[in-house]
Design a protein around this ligand. Structure first.
Ligand SMILES: Nc1nc2c(ncn2[C@@H]2O[C@H](COP(=O)(O)OP(=O)(O)OP(=O)(O)O)[C@@H](O)[C@H]2O)c(=O)[nH]1
Ligand SMILES: [Mg+2]
Length: 632
């Protein structure tokens, strides 16, 4: 007994018989539909007062007969596209429209979403006779040349009609062949700059507070940076503010269809959501759109996976990824296969994420054990260091603020500093020598980010263990970033969570070369205790060095490492601010290298060695030698 799909309740025996008989039709490849099929669909439709459709396979068989209501047809779940061969599903939908409507938005969405060969709608007259036909097929997204003055909007399909039923003259097989050739050619020639393909960024949030739009745009900007860091080319953004986040699909169905059509139009395969999705939301959206769906957490995890270098870092990323994947493994949905491979599915190193739930749980406890061991080792190292009473200064702040650049500049180290988010995942410590054998260990840290994924936060808490023992924190802020204040807020909130907020802290406004004088002055007035500098310009760091020395004065004395201390005149420390962007005229030229740092070698967390350092006097720091007092 052939199965009927869709709205089959309350069908009369006669209607059922007519519908079942549709399965007997055969449709050769050279036509969209035979007159017999069209008549059978019209007849069943007239009998039921509902739309009736057939999904016709290229083999000529009718695979599904579907009943709708008076205005629409709900297609059955016909499996996932990527399991199918080639570009198209090899199925075309031929169905009736009762009210003489042309193709509807639902028709286009089905065409694109399911990659159907073609969708045809037969318009019936009031007597139930087939009159005209509308049809549409997928066409490749067109590359818009820069000098192309055609409208930027380009639909991912071509629609034809109305055509009188007797006049439909389409070589269906020939059309499909031509389209497949065109799609193949298109995918060969299209240039993709992102190594991991193109994505559509989607921001949905509630329009609760004032300024929601500006915040949404700022958030999308950061997401675009994250995507670029992860190696994804951003094709476009979609932004929606709505009253309430939809529990199932985040946005409304209509908007989701729009996203789907836009994705097809731009030929992207991935949606990156600017929020964290629940496992069921991610799976429902993937299912509805047949696109790969990534959320903000996955994107960040992916960056971390690509960037972690040390054993510790790799273990932590893998742990965070597994913890993220576990509830999704439980979903038992075939969209899970999308979690593996490519963006969002990379494990650190060679680790595969394609593992079962039980294995994943075992691996989680293994990783946790390993990490505990490593943590103990670090603890021992730290204790040794504490015994040596070398003060620790930790550089913290939002990602891309210039922390590593500052470390490099101060110590002459060569830590990777890049205009990318999360350039540093395996923080390094460097020894920095002040005059008179006073020294500090300067530690770089992982950058903070808004809504740091909880699992990642837990995993990376460990990297802040070092900072917990710090005598002083340098909170580095990119002064030139429009979201500067939010970054400070986020960093302070995370410092609170990490229990580091109680440590003494110097606010360092970095990149002042990129803000104008007026703004620099304003910044200094707003935060009198802050230091302004450009980490890329070594000489601007002197006020900061003096401040560090001032802060650690008692610490050094207490440690009695040396019988001397630095006494910088109060006024010197108070007016540091104007050193900032421009540098002071009375700054003495200093000799390179001013300060010498010696690296830890490549192993993070290892102790600084004693070799290779040389001493400089505070005068050689070059700031204001005349007014600097050194006492013995
Ligand atoms: N113009 C200017 N650019 C700077 C300055 N300091 C750092 N940068 C640039 O800002 C970018 C980020 O610097 P990083 O030192 O990698 O920043 P970070 O805080 O360590 O970043 P993560 O490790 O990603 O958290 C790099 O391209 C630097 O060259 C500065 O004072 N002026
Ligand atoms: Mg860094």
């Amino acid at each position: 007994m052939p199965t009927l799909y869709g709205n089959t309740t309350g069908l009369s025996p006669n209607a059922t018989k007519l519908l079942e008989r549709i399965y007997r039709r055969k449709v050769p490849l050279h036509v969209i539909a035979t007159p017999e099929l069209i008549r059978a669909l019209a007849e069943a439709s007239h009998e039921t007062g509902r739309q009736v459709g057939a999904l016709v396979h290229r083999s000529g068989e009718i695979d599904y007969v579907i009943v709708g209501d008076a205005t629409r047809l709900m297609l059955p779940d016909i499996g996932r596209l990527r399991a199918a061969q080639g570009r198209f599903r090899a199925l075309r939908l031929v169905h009736t429209h009762l009210w003489n409507e042309p193709l509807t938005r639902d028709d286009f969405v089905d065409l694109v979403r399911l990659r159907l060969d073609l969708v045809a709608a037969i318009q019936l007259n009031p007597g139930g006779e087939p009159r005209t036909l509308h049809y549409a097929y997928n066409t490749p997204a067109r590359e818009t040349a820069p000098d192309d003055d055609a409208p930027a909007e380009h639909l991912p399909y071509t629609a034809v009609g109305p055509v009188l039923i007797g006049r439909v003259d389409v070589d269906f097989g020939g059309l499909m062949q031509a389209l497949e050739d065109e799609f193949n050619k298109h995918s060969r020639t299209r240039s993709v700059t992102g190594k991991d393909g193109r994505a559509l960024l989607v921001h949905v949030s509630e329009k609760t507070k004032h300024g929601a739009l500006a915040r949404a745009e700022e958030s999308l900007r950061e997401l675009a940076e994250l995507a670029a860091t992860a190696g994804v080319e951003v094709a476009d953004n979609v932004l929606q503010l709505r009253e309430r986040i939809d529990a199932r699909h985040v946005m409304g169905k209509g908007k989701l269809d729009e996203v789907l059509l836009r994705a097809a139009e731009l030929d992207v395969e991935t949606l990156v959501f600017d929020r964290n999705l629940t496992p069921s939301q991610a799976s429902a959206i993937a299912k509805h759109t047949d696109l790969k769906v990534i959320d903000r957490t996955q994107l960040i995890l992916d960056i971390f996976a690509q960037r972690a270098e040390s054993r510790d870092g790799k273990l932590q990323v893998e742990l965070a990824q597994l913890k993220y994947a576990l509830p999704r493994l439980a979903q038992k949905d075939d969209s899970l296969s999308r979690l593996t491979g490519g963006i969002g599915g990379r494990g650190p190193g060679e680790t595969k994420l394609e593992i079962g739930r039980r294995r994943a749980k075992e691996r989680v406890s293994f990783l946790e054990d390993q990490l505990k061991r490593l943590s103990r080792q670090r603890e021992q190292r730290r204790r040794r260091r504490t015994r040596q009473r070398v003060p620790v200064v930790s550089i913290v702040g939002y990602t891309n603020a210039g922390k590593s650049t500052l470390l490099n500049t101060l110590t002459g180290a060569e830590v990777l500093a890049e205009d990318k988010l999360f350039a540093t995942l395996d923080p390094r410590s460097r020894r920095l020598r002040f005059p008179e054998e006073r020294e500090v260990v300067l530690t770089d840290t992982v950058g903070f980010i808004r809504e740091l994924p909880p699992d990642l936060f837990a995993a990376f808490r460990a990297t802040f263990e070092e900072a917990a023992d710090a005598d002083l924190l340098l909170h580095v802020v990119d002064a030139s970033d429009p979201a500067r204040d939010q970054h400070i807020e986020t960093t302070e909130a995370l410092l609170t969570e990490l229990d580091l907020i109680k440590l003494p802290r110097i606010l360092v406004f970095n990149k002042v070369d990129r803000v104008d004088r007026e703004e620099a002055r304003w910044l200094q007035q707003g935060s009198p205790g802050a230091v302004l500098l450009s980490a890329t310009q070594r000489e601007t760091a002197h006020p900061l060095l003096l401040r560090i020395a001032e802060h650690l004065k008692s610490r050094w004395e207490e440690a009695a490492l040396v019988p001397t201390y630095v006494a910088a005149a109060d006024d010197e420390l108070a007016d540091d601010g104007d050193h900032g962007a421009s540098g002071d005229g009375d700054q003495a030229p200093h000799e390179d290298p001013v300060l010498h740092g010696d690296g830890d070698g490549d192993a993070p967390w290892s102790e600084a060695t004693e070799e290779g350092t040389s001493l400089t006097t505070l005068a050689e720091l070059g700031a204001r030698p005349r007014r600097t007092v050194l006492r013995i």
